[in-house]
Write a protein that binds this ligand. Structure first.
Ligand code: SF4
Length: 285
């Protein structure tokens, strides 16, 4: 089983001091140790954005993909080698702007993987622009007079898209976030965790203090995460009080469960020596 020290890499972080990404990194490493996995059993994928560097800072199999395509890459890895624990990391622009279509369809496909979204409500890597989750009125380089559009609600969208594990954490509470990531990975199906991740350099609105004054934990309020209607109601709570924790969870067949010809088999391990594709290629000419 992996120990915390085995997950470190020699690569020096260039995230800004105080960035919420550090809380997520701490929670992820703690979750991998708690889950008792070996390094070789885990594959992580990231997209484009500050979050994407996380593949450099966790010593497991890693793939730094392109903008908005974390889910397709992670899906491919999982379908070809279902024995791997696959975790995708995306930013809010990465997933909720460029990668939005993948998000909704991943929910209903229920691939057995985990998605963690570093939701800092801005584009940090490109020095501060507005994203799909930026609040109305948010001032940035792309909206100098304030964003005029309403923010997207990813939690509500995940629930109505038939997501089977929908949760939200806060990078300022890594211990609680770790417990959510552990539950998401253990969930047999698509485990989704949106994380409030303060960007201390370019988002002066949604700060650690802003979140600390508002977030409360659903499990401490007796929320029943098996009730989809209640989960949906909770997903619309915003303002003075903002819930974090598991909104919704249900057990359902995974995508691979519905494909009997490859279920229980690892495509990566099927023998290919005697496969002759010449006939198929002939039909394509
Ligand atoms: Fe973090 Fe923002 Fe700095 Fe990027 S720009 S490393 S999100 S604080």
């Amino acid at each position: 089983m992996v120990a915390l020290k085995d997950l470190s890499t020699p690569i020096k972080s260039n995230w800004c001091p105080g960035c919420g990404n550090y809380g997520i990194l701490t929670a992820v490493k703690g979750a991998l140790v708690e889950l008792g996995l070996e390094r070789e059993q885990v594959a992580i994928v990231s997209g484009i954005g500050c979050h994407g560097k996380i593949v450099n800072y966790v010593n497991v199999n890693g793939f730094h993909g392109i903008h908005g395509r974390v889910i397709p890459t992670a899906t491919g890895i999982k379908l070809v080698n279902p024995e791997l624990t696959v975790i995708g990391f995306a930013g809010d622009a990465d997933q909720y702007d460029e990668g939005w279509d993948h998000f909704c369809h991943a929910m209903r496909r229920n691939i057995d993987m985990t998605l963690i979204v570093h939701d800092n409500q801005t584009l940090g890597l490109t020095t501060g622009q507005t994203t799909a989750t930026s609040l109305q009125g948010f001032i940035s380089k792309s909206t100098p007079f304030g964003s005029v559009t309403s923010p997207l609600n990813p939690i509500a969208n995940a629930i109505v898209s038939n997501g089977t594990f929908v949760a939200r954490g806060f990078a300022g509470d890594p211990r609680h976030l770790q417990s959510l990531i552990v539950e998401a990975v253990r969930h047999r199906g698509f485990g989704y965790v949106d994380v409030f991740q303060p960007c201390v350099s370019f988002n002066y609105l949604n700060t650690y203090q802003w979140f600390r004054e508002r977030v409360y934990k659903l499990d401490e309020q007796g929320h029943d995460y098996t009730d989809r209607q209640k989960a949906l109601e909770k997903s619309f709570e915003w303002g003075e009080r903002i819930p974090i924790g598991i909104f919704y969870k249900e057990e359902k067949l995974t995508y691979l469960d519905t494909l009997p010809h490859i279920k229980g088999k690892s495509l990566a391990k099927l023998p290919i020596e005697n496969v002759d594709i010449a006939t198929i290629i002939e039909t394509m000419k």
